[in-house]
Design a protein around this ligand. Structure first.
Ligand SMILES: [Zn+2]
Length: 409
């Protein structure tokens, strides 16, 4: 095991001498610093800070990573956060956010922010959707207001929020969609990406200097041939990064891993590679091994709020009575502020009496763990031993898991 007691930012500065290639948007560049098999360690430079990959982006759905201050996010090593355009579009709305100085000022986070397009939430949360080539008409899940999300609207809202990386609107077909439905979703996603790229962000914001990178999205469900064809289409566009969408949407983990093995190594080398909405530590290790750089998922923060902690020995469920008198920290190998101060017994007590400190502390620990997992993966890639290291970590995670479910949850 490679967990060390060093601070999460210990690898900063690695590879400073490696030349960075500019991306399509001013102020953004990418340098590949080490390659080990298909896995890679890169440095993504943005106007608001550098991101060493592999990187996990904590999810700040409503312009807050639930329960944590930006300072606490920094303290667990967060380099970039993700915010959800759908939620912020509905409440408080891009007008409010931009009048209050933009998303960074609004939430007090000075580092890079990635926003999604809003499409995924429209498909999963909104009511009464109608979808055509123009976009999606839906009713807000908050108050029933009728709204229209088009590629242009998605870019406009993200421009006014002021994120650093914007995602183009895509159509995410269900995991069990048939071939014709997949083809239609892929064709629509490509057409929507072109329309998104045609939007002039600086005209919307009235600020000619503001730079916002734009990532394209590859669909195709679990059909590797279709995924590769769509990857070619999307990579040919002037996108700054390429994302895999529509995975971890209900398909079994081995199916997702098969797709990753078939597709991820073929993603463009000169641009960031992002796997959207994934996942467990197992999923991250598999995807990193296939060359993915960026991840986001609600899992570590959502798990934390129900008393589930991720450790190098798998998951700990603080609601189990066995932890009542447990004097040990969540993870003896963890150097996070939570593990160096409090016992499982105390944390377990907080959950039993429903004190808000419980979810906060486990959120801090889980994000620290995800950060350490990606930092250690980066070190293993740089050291040319990723595959063996990853095998050992997976073994440790499976052996000690209290919940008994290995793989995606
Ligand atoms: Zn910890």
């Amino acid at each position: 095991m490679t967990e060390s007691a060093s601070a999460p930012d210990s690898e900063q500065g690695v590879g400073a001498a490696v030349p960075l290639s500019p991306l399509h948007t001013n102020g953004f560049s990418l340098g590949v610093q080490a390659v080990d098999g298909n896995a890679r360690a890169t440095l993504l430079r943005t106007p608001r800070g550098d991101i060493a990959t592999p990187v996990f982006m904590p999810v700040g759905t409503q312009a807050t990573v639930k329960g944590l201050t930006p300072g606490e996010l920094r303290s667990v090593g967060a380099q970039i956060v993700l915010c959800n355009t759908y939620h912020l579009w509905l409440r408080p709305g891009p007008d409010v956010v931009s009048q209050l100085g933009g998303l960074h000022r609004f939430m007090g986070w000075t580092g890079p922010i990635l926003t999604d397009s809003g499409g995924f939430q429209v498909f999963s949360l909104a009511k009464l959707r109608t979808l055509d080539d123009d976009g999606v008409v839906f009713r807000s899940h908050v108050d029933g207001t009728r709204m229209t999300l088009t590629p242009e609207v998605a870019m406009e809202v993200q421009a006014r929020l002021g994120s650093d990386i914007a995602m183009v609107l895509d159509e995410c077909p269900p995991a069990d969609a048939n071939g014709a439905a997949l083809d239609r979703a892929m064709a629509r996603t490509t057409a929507w990406a072109k329309r998104s790229l045609a939007v002039d962000v600086n005209q919307i914001t009235g600020d000619p200097t503001r730079a916002q990178a734009r990532f394209g999205i590859v669909q195709g469900a679990c059909d590797v041939k279709r995924r590769l064809a769509h990857l070619n289409e999307v990579s040919a566009l002037d996108v700054d990064g390429v994302a895999l969408g529509g995975l971890s949407v209900g398909e079994p983990p081995p199916e997702m891993y098969r797709v990753l093995q078939g597709v991820a190594p073929h993603m463009p080398r000169d641009r960031p590679r992002y796997l959207m909405g994934v996942g467990t530590p197992y999923d991250l290790l598999e995807a990193i091994g296939q060359g993915v750089d960026m991840f986001d998922c609600v899992l570590p923060t959502r798990n934390a709020r129900t008393g589930q902690a991720w450790t190098w020995q798998g998951r700990v469920n603080l609601r189990q009575s066995r932890h009542r008198l447990d004097p040990l920290p969540l993870d003896e190998q963890c150097a996070c502020p939570v593990c160096s101060t409090w016992s499982r017994g105390y944390l377990s007590h907080l959950f039993r009496v429903k004190e808000m400190l419980g979810p906060r502390l486990v959120t801090l620990h889980n994000l620290w763990f995800y950060r350490r997992l990606t930092v250690a993966a980066r070190e293993a890639i740089v050291g040319g031993r990723f595959s063996e290291w990853s095998r050992q970590v997976v073994q440790g995670l499976r052996d000690g898991d209290e919940i008994g479910l290995a793989g995606s949850s």
